[in-house]
Design a protein. Structure first.
Lengths: 243, 550, 169
């Protein structure tokens, strides 16, 4: 238990010109949020491991020509971080546009309309048209589970559901199959959800889905979503202790 | 094995080699095998018996001689007489004339001296001259002496210093200083440490690593053992493409042979150093060659890269410090230790020492596996070694660096081959592919082909690579079918910038190179496609076509 | 003795299963040996069907979705039964530049099969692969394990017709 009490080394850095103090080893995104500096993010989910796939949370670090995903880049002493340059805005816009064009995202017929993180991001970034052709994928809608539904056509492959199922619920019912543009979120051996034996029907995956891919049947999406993951995780733990 | 045993075995083997007047090396690598090399090998063995010269003529099954266009190839020593397109019948005649009568059969010789003149073989020093399946052959030419020297007369830091001074850079493509990388792993805390030899040569059109493994597996094993000693590792993995069955088999046998001689295992050369190697097979994923993806693959997971830091040197395989080197890098190590860093640093260019192996393919008269000193110009490679494009055709472009390498036009042919110059011109060193294109190739179509390759091979983790590349492919595909406008060219450039800058790993970061370089050097072809619906090579605007895809 | 779970998974307790389980034991049921185990399984069975994947996931104590994810990530693993005869055309750079696409189109047309697929009668599968490394002899096609270098559509079609004919007899 000794290491728990070991004081972490504190370091200083600046984010958008603001001087901040941070714990060594923390990610740029975490430190920024603690200091009320908003960096948009999509695949990031507090409480589970970072993925670094959506590239929306990119930041610049002075002295490097590259851009960095802030959810996976640790802070360092003296770092000067820029979170909102024109270049970053351009890249974020591309990322969101590409996601919107990857599968048929039609907000008006989506359960997540109004509570969708991708939709919100598109609005924030001023995405008013798509520069690339849209793809009309035709994956089958999975309604076999009694409580939940899965529409792969709305999935953005952020893997939040996979990580929470594995790391918090601890069952790893969900994973990805194939690769590249053919990647798809699956249950067990690409089974229909209702027949996935390992699923505990805990509902965490649908609660954290940023879009309308995984959702609770017959309930407004806005109500079934839980953004306060920390409390969600704690309550689950206490449930376990009680049970 | 004791140090003395290595010396006496080497001596014995060298003497045995000397007792033969002739040595017939039959290339039995993947390049020659499909064309009957094994039949040629047994024909030579039969013929030698038939003519009663088995006492003075040794027939060896070897790895690649380097002249893949004349398969099956046979090299007779002394004198390095190279016979082309040998058949069992011809084998008999060669033995009769060359060995028995002492008259080389001129009509069957490969008379192309220019092919070899500008080459320099360090990595491929033994390729085609030793039997890869006989560890004794390797020991006879000085094999495992460098390991002996390192273990008995050098400190780990001394080995790293020697490698650092040689200026050797990683041959996998990125060109990071090998000595520096070793130092990072040596200094990292954590135990055990691992060494990984990367032989996941997934680039289409590149076969340099495979050839090395098939021709001289012990050079890789010895290099790995030295690296392990230097960084303090006790376990190594060779990650090899399963599409290379002969390389897999050769490495498997070589590891067993080294183990049975005590050159791998516990207390090597009676020192405190122990090291063993396990072979791991890839399964058809180009991205698995990426440093962090190779780790995921060896751990039995989907080969998806992860961001760095942490670098594998600090947190690699199972979170332990791990050294990942390309096999070509490792094969350089024994020579550097034996001949010294100064010697190595004197070869090649100033900031880019040593040699590089390339698979030279495409529309070139002499395709094959070559090894050239760094700093040689592309013109020398394409026109002197490669013999230029086929008669009646015009050179158009050369691609350096595999599927994500850029295309360079005629006016850049005097570019020296080194990491910096290539990167500046929009190409990359990559793992060593040089593909020559003539006027029958359309640059728009070619850019599309390579973009599609990267679409297929993208792991799908990050958005720029997964979605961006596919959209790029769709636009390029449109150009080849008469769709698109000049404004689209601007869009392509913007999209490429996003993919290049925002992708997570090297695959996405370099995948736009073919498109960007063709746009830079062959923009007129794009314009002709868009405005006039004209393809000078006659490839586009046909129905059908398009590789793979869903 | 085959593992008790094998029958549950619907696998026959035969020699192949014994060899597979021996290989898994050799790797001491290590989760990181998944790729090696899948390689062995495919060598023994020809392809990886559902029962096989379930059995492997149980023995290695890996979630089924993980096993399925890995098996589908890598191109080499086949989850469907391939045809009796297999034609693979190399689509590496050198082969593409020298007209490999024409080889694929010719086979597709003549035998009514799509790349990556198998004919309706299950007799012939057509695959494309990215570089077999015989670039100097491009374009290359592999018909039932035999490599044809500097291949032309005529030669490849002739070869396939010959093996299909031979089978009829």
């Amino acid at each position: 238990m000794a290491e728990v009490w070991e004081a972490s080394k504190m370091i200083e850095l600046t984010i958008d010109g603001k001087k901040v103090t941070a714990k060594e080893g923390d990610t740029i995104l975490k430190v920024a949020r603690e200091n009320n500096i908003y960096i948009p993010a999509l695949c990031y989910l507090e409480g589970v491991s970072s993925f670094g796939g959506c590239r929306v949370c990119l930041v610049e670090i002075k002295g490097s020509p590259r851009v960095f995903a802030s959810c996976v880049t640790p802070v360092a002493e003296g770092m000067e971080i820029i979170t909102n340059s024109e270049r970053l805005k351009r890249y974020r816009k591309w990322a969101v546009e590409l996601l919107l064009s990857e599968r048929p995202h039609v907000c008006s017929v989506c359960v997540a309309n109004g509570s969708c993180e991708l939709q919100q991001l598109a609005t924030d970034l001023g995405v008013d048209h798509l520069r690339v052709e849209r793809e009309w994928t035709n994956y089958e809608l999975d309604l076999t589970h009694e409580r939940f539904a899965y529409d792969p056509n709305r999935c953005i492959l952020c893997t939040r559901c996979i990580r929470i199922c594995d790391e918090i619920e601890g069952v790893h019912t969900i994973d990805l199959m194939l690769r590249g543009k053919n990647s798809k979120v699956i249950f067990d051996l690409n089974d229909k959800w209702g027949f996935a034996e390992s699923c505990t029907s805990c509902g965490k995956c649908s609660a954290v889905c940023p879009v309308g891919a995984l959702y609770v049947k017959g309930k407004p999406h806005s109500e079934s979503k839980r953004k306060e993951l920390a409390s969600f995780v704690t309550s689950r733990r206490s449930e376990k202790t009680i049970g | 094995m004791k140090p003395d045993e290595l010396r006496s075995l080497a001596q014995k083997e060298a003497e045995a080699r000397k007792s033969y007047r002739y040595r017939i090396n039959v290339c039995c690598s993947s390049g020659c095998m499909p064309f009957g090399a094994l039949k040629v090998l047994s024909a030579f063995k039969d013929a030698v018996k038939e003519f009663g010269v088995e006492g003075e003529c040794y027939v060896a099954r070897t790895g690649c001689i380097g002249t893949c266009s004349i398969a099956p190839a046979v090299l007779i020593e002394p004198g390095d007489y190279l016979y082309q397109n040998v058949t069992p019948d011809r084998a008999k005649e060669i033995v009769k004339e060359h060995i028995v009568n002492g008259r080389p059969v001129k009509s069957m010789l490969y008379g192309n001296e220019a092919y070899f003149k500008k080459q320099l073989r360090i990595v491929l020093r033994n390729a085609g001259k030793i039997d890869p399946l006989r560890i004794e052959d390797y020991i006879a030419v000085g094999g495992y002496y460098a390991l002996l020297k390192a273990l008995t007369r050098m400190t780990p830091e001394g080995v790293i210093e020697e490698v650092a001074l040689s200026g050797l850079k990683g041959r996998g493509g990125a060109g990071f200083l090998t000595g520096l990388k070793w130092r990072y792993v040596a200094r990292a805390t954590g135990s055990p440490k691992y060494v990984i030899a990367n032989l996941d040569e997934g680039d289409p059109g590149v076969f340099a690593n495979r050839t090395l493994a098939e021709a001289d597996p012990h050079a890789i094993i010895e290099g790995m053992a030295i690296a392990a000693y230097a960084v303090g590792a006790s376990k190594g993995y060779i990650y090899v493409r399963s599409e290379y069955p002969l390389a897999v088999e050769t490495l498997k046998k070589a590891i067993e042979a080294a183990r049975s001689m005590g050159l791998l295992g516990e207390k090597i050369f009676e020192t405190a150093f122990s090291f063993d190697i396990e072979l791991r097979l890839g399964a058809g994923a180009f991205v698995a060659g990426e440093e962090t993806a190779i780790l995921a693959s060896i751990e039995g997971r989907r080969a998806m890269p992860r961001p760095r830091p942490p670098y594998p040197a600090q947190s690699g395989l199972w979170g332990k410090p791990t050294l990942i080197n390309n096999v070509e890098t490792l094969a350089n190590i024994p020579v550097i230790l034996l001949k010294g860093s100064e010697w190595f640093a004197s070869i090649g260019a100033k900031n880019c020492t040593g040699t590089k192996c390339f698979s030279l393919t495409g529309k070139v008269n002499n395709p094959g596996l070559i090894e050239v000193p760094m700093g040689i110009t592309l013109r020398e490679v394409v026109f002197e070694i490669g013999g230029g494009v086929p008669p009646g055709r015009r050179f158009k472009a050369v691609q350096v660096g595999g599927p994500s390498g850029g295309f360079l036009p005629e006016q850049l042919l005097d570019l020296p081959i080194d990491y910096e110059s290539l990167t500046k011109a929009g190409a990359i060193m990559g793992s060593g592919g040089i593909v020559v294109l003539d006027d029958t190739s359309c640059m728009v179509d070619t850019a599309k082909f390579f973009t599609e390759f990267c679409v297929d091979e993208s792991c799908g983790k990050c958005v720029p690579c997964r979605v961006g590349l596919y959209k790029l492919y769709k636009i390029l595909d449109g150009f080849t079918r008469g769709e698109g406008s000049l404004e689209d060219l601007q869009k392509v450039e913007e999209l490429c910038e996003f993919i290049k800058e925002a992708s997570l790993c090297g695959l996405g970061q370099t995948a736009p190179n073919p498109t960007l370089t063709t746009l830079r050097y062959f923009r007129d072809e794009y314009v002709a496609h868009i405005l006039e619906k004209k393809c000078s090579a006659g490839k586009c605007f046909k129905n059908g076509g398009g590789v793979g895809g869903e | 003795m085959p593992d008790a779970g094998a029958q549950q998974a619907g696998l026959k307790a035969d020699r192949r299963l014994m060899l597979l389980e021996a290989a898994i034991r050799k790797y001491q049921y290590r989760k990181d040996a998944l790729l090696e185990v899948l390689h062995t399984a495919q060598e023994l069975y020809g392809y990886l069907d559902r029962d096989l994947l379930i059995h492997i996931s149980k023995l290695l104590r890996l979630p089924p979705s993980h096993v399925y994810g890995v098996a589908t990530f890598y191109n080499l693993f086949k989850l469907k039964k391939p045809g009796t005869h297999v034609v693979t055309v190399c689509m590496g750079t050198a082969c593409y530049v020298k007209g490999a696409e024409d080889l694929v189109l010719a086979v597709e047309r003549e035998f009514n099969v799509k790349r990556g697929g198998t004919t309706a009668d299950g007799k012939l599968s057509l695959f494309v692969t990215r570089c077999i490394g015989a670039c100097a002899m491009a374009p290359n096609a592999i018909v039932d394990g035999e490599t044809i270098g500097k291949a032309t559509p005529e030669v490849v079609l002739k070869k396939i017709r010959a093996i299909m004919e031979a089978e009829k007899d």
